[in-house]
Design a protein around this ligand. Structure first.
Ligand SMILES: Cc1cc2nc3c(=O)[nH]c(=O)nc-3n(C[C@H](O)[C@H](O)[C@H](O)COP(=O)(O)O)c2cc1C
Length: 486
């Protein structure tokens, strides 16, 4: 069973010891963010703060964080046994993604329990945290879905894009034109109209993983959430904009955002996914004017620090995007892929294992991957043979050390987009590329060379044989292990 209602999921996490309710008084100003970081270091589980400074008599009193930063909780969100191995979770997502399921529109739902129309809207009633001390403001939106619609078709997109509170009715957003809402926004800009927009926060265990995922343009994340949950999700109409949001959302913000630079206000800085502030100054960015807020009674604000690298892994949302990249590569006609694993600690790095079938196979995989135009991902692509466990960075590095020569196996593909928040980017280049930055993408081909011929001294293999015990002998030893008295 997957959980389309956040509160049900929290009950299950709590009974499995994977959720802690924090009853001590904590401050929204940097303290919650620092506690969340320490909890990740300690692998402590998800945290629900119930006693937040200044938020005793407000509409919103609770804040949830660290919902998905372990493979175990990702497995539980998908309704799988908590100890499901990482590659099995990826394979489940790969299968389920193929059965997209249209949502059902219903008349009302929990997110309509309380409605604040224009004049009664106050974003400061929700305990938005300042997650890191150098952040430029309080980030109410870090883990909800931003809903927008293509003005030329039926395509609704839902993506996680950060939003900082400017005042009671407006928020600043990091809008990247190559993201899917970037496509929508460019069209509204050309039409000279503001873009209608909603933000849905806390719509169940699969919401954020789905909104983060790598669906192709034109496909709606709600269909994917249904596929992962294996049942259609229920949507309700917004009060003031022609958009649909999950009925179970904890909080929904409705309004519009202008892409006219004359309306921009300074947003940021924000501690970003690589674990750095890419720029330590605020920049003029689009403003979301909030016209209506609806929420459940006693709503839970779900948040997330996007990254702590080089310290610790970020949420294991990359298990889903790994499955999607795998499906996209197969859809491009590439055979022989046996695993795809996007590094949770740093999604710029992707590991792929293949059964090498022909000369140039791994280069075909890398060029198809780069052709997918992934933002924030695929800067470094490591391709290994399928005997390597690619969920272990140490094993991938051993394959790199043992199977590559740089002049032969390292390929650089310069001048691509993808890394607007990459701290290695010269700020001037970022400015000159319209905020996108310029990435050198790199393939490290750690498969055995396909142009080596089989050799007798290698036992007929095309590469030196491994020196560990033969699998049959190793199995026999395991069976007899007790008898050795070790
Ligand atoms: C906590 C968190 C914050 C994020 N903030 C942003 C952001 O501000 N801007 C952005 O372009 N992507 C952001 N992302 C990454 C996007 O969610 C991700 O690239 C997603 O695939 C975009 O969806 P789309 O393909 O529908 O555009 C964030 C991800 C997470 C987990």
């Amino acid at each position: 069973m997957a959980f389309l209602d956040l509160r049900q999921y929290l009950d299950v996490l709590e009974s499995a010891g994977e959720l802690h309710r924090i009853k001590s008084r904590v401050n929204w100003d940097s303290e919650i963010g620092a506690i969340a970081e320490e909890a990740i270091r300690r692998r402590a589980g998800a945290l629900l703060f119930e006693n937040i400074q200044d938020y005793q008599n407000t509409h919103g009193k609770k804040l949830l964080i660290n919902t998905h930063e372990s493979p175990k909780r990702m497995a539980m969100a998908l309704g799988l046994p908590p100890d499901t191995p990482i590659m099995e979770i990826i394979k489940t997502c790969k299968q389920r993604e193929k059965q997209l399921m249209k949502p059902r529109v219903v008349a009302s739902g929990p997110c309509k329990e309380v409605i604040h129309m224009e004049g009664d809207v106050n974003l400061l009633e929700v305990p938005a945290p300042k997650l890191h001390s150098k952040d430029g403001g309080r980030y109410l939106q870090t883990y909800g879905g931003v809903v927008t619609k293509d003005p030329e078709s039926d395509w609704t997109n839902v993506g996680i894009y950060r939003g900082m509170v400017h005042d009671a009715t407006s928020m600043g957003f990091l809008w990247v034109p190559t993201q899917h809402w970037g496509i929508h926004g460019r069209k509204y800009k050309a039409m000279g109209k503001p873009m209608p927009m909603a933000v849905t926060i806390g719509a169940g265990a699969l919401a954020a993983p789905t909104y983060y995922s790598y669906l192709p343009a034109g496909v709606c994340e709600y269909d994917l959430m249904g596929a992962f949950a294996q049942e259609p999700i229920e949507l309700v109409r917004c009060e003031t904009v022609d958009l649909l949001v999950p009925a179970s959302s904890e909080i929904v913000l409705e309004g519009e955002m202008s892409l006219d630079p004359a309306t921009f206000r300074k947003e940021g800085p924000f501690g970003e996914y690589p674990g750095y502030y890419t720029s330590v100054w605020a920049e003029p960015r689009p403003v979301f004017k909030v016209k209506c807020i609806t929420h459940r009674k006693d709503p839970i604000l779900q948040c997330q620090t996007p990254g702590m690298y080089p310290l610790e892994p970020i949420p294991h949302l990359t298990l889903i995007s790994s499955a999607q990249v795998w499906n996209r590569l197969e859809a491009a006609g590439i055979e022989g892929i046996t695993g795809v694993y996007i590094e949770p600690a740093q999604p710029a790095v992707i590991y792929i294992s293949i059964d090498s079938r022909y000369y140039g196979h791994s280069r075909q995989v890398a060029s198809a991957l780069w052709g997918l135009g992934l933002n924030y991902s695929g800067k470094y692509v490591f391709i290994t043979d399928s005997d390597v466990d690619i969920t272990s960075a140490a094993r991938v590095m051993a394959a790199v050390a043992n199977r590559t020569q740089a002049s032969r196996d390292l390929v650089i593909f310069p001048g691509t987009f993808g890394g607007p928040l990459d701290p290695s980017m010269d700020p001037e280049i970022k400015r000159r590329t319209g905020g996108l930055g310029s990435w050198d993408r790199v393939l490290i081909d750690a498969t055995w060379p396909m142009d080596w011929e089989p050799r007798e001294e290698w036992g007929g293999l095309r590469h030196p044989p491994a020196c560990q015990a033969e699998p049959e002998l190793a199995e026999k030893i395991r069976e007899r292990w007790e008898s050795y008295g070790i």
